[in-house]
Each structure stands twice: as C-alpha cells, then as structure tokens.
Design a protein. Structure first.
Length: 606
C-alpha cells in the first residue's frame, strides 16, 4: 500500500488540532453538566495543554540545549515526543488539581480521553511518515514518498536507489499504535468506577500505555526514533525504559489501592477564589511569552483556543462581581497582558500583492422564542391578551467560495455563499410542531482599506426573519412571511490591525438568518494580519451580546467561532418571562481553506 498523500504535514497538523479539540469538547461538556466554574475549567485545560506541548518539545532536546531551544525558532528543534507530552501533561493536571481543586471526576475523565486523543495524533504521524515501522512484505505494509522521514533515511542508508520515488515497504506501526491507544482509552473508561482512589484510573492508563510502547517498539524502525539506539541484552535502551516505567506505574497503582489511609488527592470541585484565576492568567501569560519561540502556530492555537475564553469569562466575572468593583481598573490593566503576549506569539506573513481562492464550510445552530397575542380584552390596567408561546430551533449549513486580492493594507473580496437548513417551530401550549426548509444564495463584494472598509450583497431564496418577540394583529404577517430577497451591507472604521468597529446588516457566513442579522462589534487583530481577530459585539434585534474568534490553524486553513449569549425575554413587555428557560445561546462555526495562491510585487511609485 502506497501512502502518497498530498500535504502530509498539513494532515498531521489537522490530526494534532483535532486531538486537542476532542479533549476540549468532552471536558467542557462534562464540566458544564457538573456545574463547574467554566473559567477555572478553561484555565485548567490551558495549563494541561501548555505543559503537554512544552513536554513534547523539550523531551527531544538534551537538557544542556534547553536554553538554546527556548530562544530559537521552532523549526530549529522540531521533533516531538508523546512520552514527554504525557509526563509534562500529567504534571500539569496535578498542578491544576492542587490549585483549582477538581476531584476524581476530572482525573478519571482525562485518564480515558487522553489515550484516544493521542491515537488521533498517531493517525497524523502515519500520514506524515514519522516514527515509521521496520521493513515488511505484508500486504498491509506501506511505502512513503520522497520528502518523508522514511524515504530520506532509507535513501541515506543506501537501502533504496537514488532515483527511487518511494521508501521500502514498512509496517504501518502508527496505525497499530492508534488502534491500541483507543483500546486503552476504552479499557480505562470501562474500569474507572471499579477503583477506590482518585488517581487509580490515571495510573492504570499509564501502566497500559508504557507496556504498549514497550511492545510496539519491536515493530518500529530505530532510525525513525529521536531517542538513543543503544542496545542492552538485545533491546534498545528506550524499550527498557518503557518496561521499567510500566512496572513502576503498576507497582505504584497496587500500593496506592492497597493503602488504607485517606486519599492523597481531595477535590473541592470548584475554584477557591476569583483572584486566584487572575493571578493564574498572569503566570500562564509569562510562560507563553517565555516559550513563544519554541512553539509552532498550531501548537499555540491548541493553547489559545482555551486561554482566550478563560480570559473573557474572567473579565465578565470581574465586571459582574460587586466585591471586585474597587479593583476593576487595576485588574483590567493586568488582563491586557495576555493580549500583548498573543500578538507576540503568532507569526505574520507580509507580501506586496497576493491573490488566492477561498472555500468556506460551516454551520449555525440555536433557538429563539416568540409570543403570539390574541383575543384582546379590557383589563384593570388596560388591554390584556390571551397568548401562546413558541420555541423556534434552527440548524443551517453553508458552503462559500470567494476570490481575494490583497495589496499592502488593502483587500478586495468577491464571492458567493449558499446555505440551507431547517427551522422547527414548537407551540409550547399544545406541543404541535411545524418544520420549514430555508435556503438562500448570497453573492457579495467587500473592500477593506487601512482605516475604512465596506461591502454590499444580497440574499436570494426562501428566508425567515425573526423580527419581534411579540406578535399580534399589528405585525402577525412578519411571523408568517417568507422573504425572497433581502439586501445586506457591511461598514468598518478603524485600523483593523489594532482596533476597529463595524456595523453589519446581514453579512454572516453561513447565514445571518433567521435571527443574527443586525449587529455591530469592536475587535482587534492585536498587531497581526486580518486572518486573526477577536471581537465583542451586540445583536440589536436580539438585545444580546456575542463573542467571535477568527484564526489560522495552518498557512492555508482557518477557523471562525462565534457564540451568541442567551437573550432575555420579557413577559408582555413588563418583566422576565417564562421563555427564559426555553432557549439558550447560539453557536456558529466555519472552516475555510485557501488555495491557488499567487504572490507578486507591487509596482514602485515614482
């Protein structure tokens, strides 16, 4: 089997990001169900990700070269080690546990989800051709193309001809390891409730992992490893170390479970004090700044995707917690520090003229509620109504294409999007449900300069627009109307690289409809390119705020996330309504891929 995949490094980076994203989603979901403070959960995940990435890099560098590696560009020391990431990540988990007090539930969660995530990364190793297997003639063996580690090492050793386009056939050892890691995750999940102590599931998983690595090394080519190739009694020193670690972890597990005293770790199940979170944010910022040269862009991304929401939630609590009111100004200045660090850790790419094509795919999900009032009657304080409440749930997906031309600080974008989805309406009085299919085509054009930007477009199709919370005889037509044509407009003022404000009517991928169409925001690229952005805004028709984050994962692939906070509903315009419990926040995401890039030089001005 030939493994001649295109862009193997991009596939590795995608698998790497997906592995951390899996942990992020599972831990966040489980923590929300347990009622944990999300700011502390996010800071815990940030710490573990930081330690894991740092350990995976430093573990492959001799200790005497650590200072050099930290001060050098990430490409100068670009090896990674799952063992190093595991050791440092375990340390980060213990540090977080001591600071934030999360108990056995979080420890058990990481014990089974981490092996599965590591199995996903090993799929990326398979595509990338690193840590490959020994030669094999089996029908399941694989060959790697020129430019991979396997091909280069086989060529430099004289095992293949100089003109050979493929390596020798080798064991797909990364796939073996991926399957075994998923199996370890399953075994730990299946048995985690049977242990008596908080750390037992983690120790059990560690012992299985080390014994698995001891066995898998029999199928891995030593030249594909960055560790010592010295042999003792027929085994590499690395194998002996894996066997020793596995036996130590198993022995500690046996003693730990047999020990009759109280458990070593006790959880408080939540963050102790809010000010501890602010201090912790500063410490993490200093660490990120110190190691910024060692990390690659996608490694920084898996850290910042957790750190940014933690900062935002901390700011939210700062301005809603009355006891912190005297300290708000001072703490706000401190919280600017992570944004400065962010601007220093993401590389920028400057070109005079660049044109490329872009494809977007994404989805928008959420719900909203309406009240229909009818049968007006004279009451003690004026007109009263009978009413029925409706909960509307929407799921919309979209696909877009655009052509972009960038020249210095100016950008022209021409494109079109298509979207489609369902809007389900449920009468909360009698539980009757109706579904409507919505779709639209959206051509648009935007122009962005250094200080000003704007755009126009329109939506054409079968569209629904949520204009009001309350409907009665005066506006009931709006609730039932299907729109065929809707214009949209975008305007921006300010240097986007630093801080700008914008206004949008429409202009949202995959679709601003039925309910996110009228909004404005303030945001910044923190001194980077427009491909990076953090924005806070307000949706005027919903009377609620939102956060959005846009960033590049690789040179060609980017993501955008947007969360709309839960809006407040009123009961007949007089006070809080029962509909508050029927709806939640809204979420929008998209992934984009850039291709066909062409770079030229701008003509010099006389």
């Amino acid at each position: 089997m030939e493994n001649f995949v295109g862009s193997p490094r991009v596939l590795f980076q995608c698998c790497y990001f997906l592995a951390f994203l899996l942990i992020f989603c599972v831990v966040l979901y489980k923590s929300i169900k347990r009622g944990y403070h999300l700011r502390s959960v996010l800071l815990m995940m940030t710490t573990i990700s930081l330690f894991t990435v740092l350990g995976s890099r430093l573990f492959t560098v001799p200790v005497e070269d650590w200072i050099t590696a930290i001060n050098s560009h990430s490409q100068n020391f670009n090896n990674r080690s799952a063992i190093g990431g595991l050791f440092f990540g375990f340390l980060g988990l213990l540090v977080s546990q001591r600071i934030f007090g999360f108990g056995r539930f979080i420890l058990n969660l990481y014990a089974w989800i981490c092996p599965i995530a590591l199995g996903i990364i090993k799929l990326g190793c398979f595509f990338n051709g690193c840590c490959y297997g020994i030669p094999s003639n089996g029908m399941w063996s694989v060959q790697y193309t020129k430019g991979t580690h396997a091909h280069f090492n086989h060529w430099s050793a004289g095992q293949i001809a100089p003109e050979a386009l493929a390596s020798l056939s080798v064991h797909p050892v990364q796939l073996y390891e991926s399957v075994l890691l998923v199996l370890i995750g399953y075994l730990v999940w299946k048995t985690h409730k049977k242990w008596q102590k908080a750390l037992s599931a983690l120790l059990f998983g560690l012992s299985l992992f080390f014994m698995m690595r001891f066995g898998i090394e029999f199928f891995r080519d030593p030249t594909g490893s960055q560790f010592s190739t010295l042999y003792y009694a027929g085994l590499r020193s690395y194998q002996w170390s894996m066997l020793a670690y596995g036996m130590i972890a198993g022995s500690v597990l046996w003693f730990y479970e047999s020990y009759k005293g109280s458990d070593w770790l006790r959880g408080r199940e939540n963050s102790p004090f809010l000010h501890a979170d602010f201090m912790y944010i500063v410490v993490i910022s200093v660490c990120l700044y110190s190691f910024r040269n060692l990390f690659s862009t996608y490694e920084l991304l898996v850290i910042w995707v957790k750190f940014f929401p933690a900062i935002v939630l901390s700011v939210y609590y700062l301005y809603t917690e009355n006891r912190l009111k005297p300290y708000r100004m001072a703490i706000s200045v401190v919280l600017v520090m992570p944004l400065f660090v962010f601007a220093q850790t993401i590389p920028t790419h400057k070109t005079a003229i660049k044109t490329y094509h872009r494809v977007d795919v994404g989805g928008s999900f959420g719900d909203f509620a309406n009240t229909v009032r009818y049968n007006p009657q004279q009451g003690d304080c004026g007109t009263v109504y009978d009413s029925e409440d409706y909960r509307q749930t929407y799921n919309v997906g979209g696909l877009g294409y655009s052509y972009i031309k960038e020249k210095n600080n100016k950008s022209l974008r021409l494109g079109a999007n298509v979207h489609g989805g369902m809007v389900k309406s449920t009468n909360l009085t009698n539980n009757n449900t109706e579904k409507d299919f919505v779709f639209g085509v959206n051509p648009f054009v935007t122009y962005d300069g250094k200080w000003l930007g704007g755009g126009v477009g329109f939506q054409l199709g079968s569209l629904r627009v949520n204009k009001h919370q309350f409907y009665d005889a005066t506006n009931i037509e709006d609730a039932q109307k299907e729109y065929v044509f809707l214009p949209e407009v975008h305007a921006r003022f300010g240097p986007k690289k630093y801080v700008d404000i914008d206004y949008n009517y429409g202009f949202l991928f995959p679709s601003p409809y039925p309910t996110i169409y009228h909004r404005s925001s303030i945001g910044s690229s923190f001194g980077l390119s427009p491909d990076y952005s953090l924005r806070y805004g307000y949706i005027w028709n919903l009377e609620t705020s939102y956060l959005s984050l846009e960033t590049l994962i690789t040179k060609n692939m980017g993501v955008r996330l947007m969360y709309i906070f839960k809006e407040h509903y009123r009961e007949h315009n007089t006070g809080p309504g029962l509909l508050e419990d029927e709806v939640g926040g809204k979420f929008l995401f998209s992934v984009n891929y850039r291709f066909g890039e062409s770079i030229g030089q701008a003509k010099a001005k006389d």
